[in-house]
Design a protein. Structure first.
Lengths: 482, 124
């Protein structure tokens, strides 16, 4: 039976054993109730001020971050990876595990950069090969495109939603993601599209609203503890970064426009940056739910119930089934979330618009998506990622010997099943804890009445428990006594 | 990493303690009989399926012998251990290797990437 594997190559994860699954599920319930109990207490206000502890007070960090060095250095890395993907995708070996393009796109970029961004900060804004190419060209020509067409506010981040949908479909449902030449073609198409759109709408506008990965990594980066900040620039900022606040965090436009001495790099607790995000509207909600649902779907396709169901309905064609599955999971997640957000709004008695409440609470789901992503990809990142090392010696599989790494054998040292299980469970339970905390803080920012905030949070808590339990269930499939 | 969640609240550490306690409560080292030092699996591939269909269960530290018979000339690949069985129709191709890593390792028909089943190496 031909399965449409995600990305490429099979995962090696053993299902989480029943005892650990039950223990984690119990922990989720306990944490939820303990969270409710402790959050009854008075709480600190919302995230105002500088957004964290300034790191630029340390002279070296200040000098490096304020300079162009990180952008140029990481921009080169990004462009090199882009070129390498296209060249090896077309000219390299056709088997995915012997082609660097597959590793670069699915492990190092998709799985890896996401984890790094969540652990540290929005490293993608520096790595982004398309903005680096655009910057390099405009620097050479000494002129910037301010855009040929005005971008309408009503378009919001819908182009990014469309881009993410296309990407998720390509990864999970197209059946093409393990064909290196198709990966290269998709990369070429996206490169042309992105560069064109940056010319048409202007660099900043497109990176803010249209470029899928910039939008995604802005969310992920807001979870990370390291953030860029600038003061006094928001009035000129086109991207609605922090409205009334004079000090704006996580806004690349403000940071780039600020004079060097007002640029700051701040350190904050994980996840708190998500409470500063203010973009609202259905596009934001759909985008966030898509990140959650596409990951869940990726997990579901690896479970035995799904596999046996697919094998019974193979006449429909695996691509049709996967496309329908991805769509159904997304619509189901979206419907459940919208209903939940509306319940929260009604019970709490919030006067804000439906879309505002939905978007602000959607941000609190980001930790659940991130930890599930990390748990799902953990062994992929620590084991399969090593497969590129022998390929470095001979990237096109034509007998070259560029580096003395050709004989490298994959180490499984970090992927012992028990280590993997504990890391996965700790991640998922920890992410749930953070999400519960964020949702409460969000509620307390929106309403001063603690009782109401608390009662209004019950639907949200139920939803989070449901999402987390789904993640745990996926990781433990097939459930076996061991 | 989660310290900030617990600051400013006296009852704060409770969730963390409960979490640790509930995770410790589940006993992973459940008493399983010591596995035999060697284990042998014989599988037959017909079309796009394998019998027995798997998963084949082994324990880390065992020496595994896997014998594969196919209904046509084809290459069967065992992931993770990266073993290739170059099978001739009807003739068992057998390999012996040490189960030095844990995981669920897919067995597939190399040319068509058809998944046949998995070899599960469980922790000892």
């Amino acid at each position: 039976m031909q399965q449409l594997a995600h990305g490429f190559g099979a995962r090696y994860d053993l299902p989480v054993p029943l005892a650990l699954y039950l223990g984690a599920a119990a922990a989720v319930i306990v944490i939820t109730f303990a969270g409710v109990a402790t959050l009854l207490r008075p709480h600190a206000q919302g995230p105002e001020g500088r957004g964290g502890v300034s790191l630029t007070r340390i002279a070296v960090i200040g000098a490096v971050f304020r300079s162009r060095i990180p952008r140029i250095a990481l921009g080169f890395v990004g462009v090199f990876a882009l070129v390498a993907t296209i060249v090896t995708g077309y000219a390299g070996f056709t088997a995915p595990t012997s082609n660097p393009a597959e590793y670069i796109v699915w492990i190092y970029f998709w799985a890896g950069t996401l984890v790094v961004a969540a652990m540290i900060g929005n490293i993608y804004s520096l790595l982004n090969p398309w903005s680096a190419l655009y910057d390099a060209v405009t620097w050479c020509l000494r002129r910037q495109s301010r855009g040929l067409v005005a971008y309408r506010q009503a378009w919001s981040i819908w182009p990014a939603v469309a881009g993410y949908s296309a990407f998720a479909w390509f990864e999970l449902a197209s059946g093409q993601s393990q064909i290196p030449a198709m990966v290269a073609t998709a990369t070429v198409v996206y490169t042309g599209y992105t560069l064109l759109m940056m010319v048409v709408f202007g660099r900043t506008t497109w990176l803010t609203y249209g470029e899928t990965f910039s939008v995604l990594f802005r969310l992920v980066g807001a979870f990370g503890p390291v953030a860029i900040a600038a003061s006094g620039m928001c009035a000129m900022c086109t991207s609605n970064c922090s409205q009334a606040q004079s000090h704006c965090v996580d806004c690349e436009e403000c940071y780039r426009a600020a004079p060097r001495e007002s640029r700051d790099v701040v350190l904050r607790p994980w996840s708190t940056g998500l409470l500063r995000l203010r973009d609202t509207g259905w596009a934001v909600v759909v985008f966030i739910i898509l990140t959650v649902s596409s990951l869940a779907f990726d997990g579901i396709t690896a479970t035995p119930p799904w596999r046996s169901w697919v094998s019974e309905h193979l006449d429909a064609g695996p691509r049709v089934i996967a496309t329908a599955g991805l769509l159904c999971v997304t619509l189901a997640f979206l419907a459940v979330f919208v209903v939940t957000a509306e319940l929260v709004r009604r019970i709490t008695g919030l006067t804000e618009q439906r879309t505002v409440v939905a978007a602000l609470f959607a941000y609190t789901l980001v930790p659940i998506a991130l930890v599930y992503n990390a748990a799902h990809n953990y062994s992929y990142i620590v084991v399969q990622s090593q497969g590129i090392i022998p390929l470095l010696a001979d990237p096109l599989q034509n007998g070259a010997n560029l580096l003395p790494t050709g004989g490298y054998l994959t180490s499984f040292a970090l992927a012992d099943a028990q280590i993997v299980w504990y890391i996965q469970i700790a991640l998922i339970v920890g992410g749930h804890m953070i999400a519960v905390y964020l949702a409460h803080r969000r509620a307390l920012i929106l309403t001063a009445e603690r009782r109401r905030a608390l009662v209004g949070q019950l639907p949200m808590l139920l939803l989070m428990v449901a999402y987390t339990m789904t993640s745990l269930w996926i990781l433990s499939q097939p459930i076996t006594e061991r | 990493m989660l310290g900030f969640l617990l600051s400013r609240r006296r009852t704060g550490p409770v969730p963390a303690i409960l979490l640790v306690a509930s995770l410790c409560a589940c006993d992973l080292s459940s008493p399983t009989p010591t596995p035999a030092a060697t284990v042998t699996f014989s599988v037959a591939v017909a079309g796009s399926s394998m019998s027995p269909p798997g998963p084949l269960n082994a324990t880390k530290g065992q020496t595994i012998t896997l014998a594969v018979t196919t209904d046509k000339d084809e290459e069967i690949h065992l992931h993770g251990f990266d073993l290739a069985f170059h099978c001739k129709k009807g003739i068992a191709e057998s390999k012996t290797f040490s189960a030095d890593r844990t995981g669920a390792f897919e067995i597939e028909i190399e040319d068509t990437s058809t998944a046949l089943g998995t070899l599960n190496v469980n922790p000892s």
